[in-house]
Design a protein around this ligand. Structure first.
Ligand code: GLU
Length: 275
């Protein structure tokens, strides 16, 4: 069955861009007689706030979107992400990255062929990594593109279907060796999303084109974790009056502000092309 989702992070109030995303997914599910799920992407406890989560439910209900319950909250499934990470590690696909932000910036600045080469360069020399591990230094887990390519025989066989455009070759290597578990929160966005979309049976991912590159990386994780690949639909972003993409910092555009200023959900839906 057609199953899609809207997956906001409760790090701010929803704005028109989120409304467009939620409505695109919701209407697609409705047209297909399928399922619409809501997922709260709240793994980053340093930035997520309960009142933003409460506002997500309120704003979506106002918009006329309804979703299946229970809602999946990522913070309640950390064990799933740890299990996926452990599997990748057991498969020899990860390495501990002890580099500090400053060291990363310096390594990029001094790299002869630009940043990509740095992250392809892999871990610190083994003795230095062992020294930092023994000293209890914090580390992130990075995916080794080199090991991943070896395991899959290159990335040439990786692709995904973009709705309306057909098959697109995945280029996960463009992002370098990805952080799959952050130093501070023990997990990172891409891994959680790849695991969750599979766990929830999501077979159509509808999201903004700003996440197009994320899809290439998530496609690689699907291959490494034997997860199915959904069909993707990356919709254009809603632009502000200045022609720039909306961001949470543009407070004036939040759905609650629009509502307080007297805009009705019907008017907003119409403006966004869901009349
Ligand atoms: N949580 C992400 C965001 O709010 C969206 C993730 C996704 O749709 O895959 O930008």
């Amino acid at each position: 069955m057609f199953t899609t989702r809207f997956a906001p992070s409760p790090t701010g109030y929803l704005h028109k861009g989120h409304a467009a995303s939620a409505l695109t997914a919701f209407e697609a599910a409705r047209a297909a007689g399928g399922r619409f799920l809501l997922r709260i992407e709240d793994i980053d406890a340093t930035r997520c706030r309960p009142h933003y989560e409460a506002a997500i439910y309120e704003d979506l209900a106002w918009l006329g979107v309804d979703w299946e319950t229970p809602v999946r909250r990522q913070s309640e499934h950390l064990g799933d992400y740890e299990a996926a990470l452990a599997r990748l590690e057991a498969d020899g696909l990860l390495y501990r990255c002890f580099r500090t932000r400053k060291e990363t910036a310096e390594a990029i600045a001094s790299a002869p062929h630009g940043a990509m080469e740095v992250f392809r360069g892999g871990p610190l020399p083994a003795d230095e990594a062992a020294r930092r591990l023994a000293a209890g230094k914090p580390f992130a887990w990075r995916l080794s593109l080199e090991a991943a390519a070896r395991r899959l025989g290159g990335f040439g066989g990786l692709s995904f279907v973009e709705q309306g455009q057909g098959e697109i070759a995945a280029r996960p290597e463009l992002g370098g060796d990805l952080v799959l578990a952050r130093k501070d929160i023990g997990v990172a966005y891409h891994l959680a999303v790849a695991v969750d979309d599979a766990r929830q049976g999501v077979n159509h991912v509808v999201r903004g084109v700003d996440l197009f590159e994320a899809t290439h990386v998530q496609r690689l994780l699907q291959a490494l974790l034997d997860l199915p690949t959904p069909v993707y639909r990356h919709h254009p972003l809603v632009l502000g009056p200045d022609g720039r993409r909306l961001a949470k910092r543009d407070g004036a555009q939040t759905l609650r502000d629009l509502r307080e200023r007297g805009m009705s959900a019907a008017e907003l839906r119409k403006e966004l092309g869901f009349g």
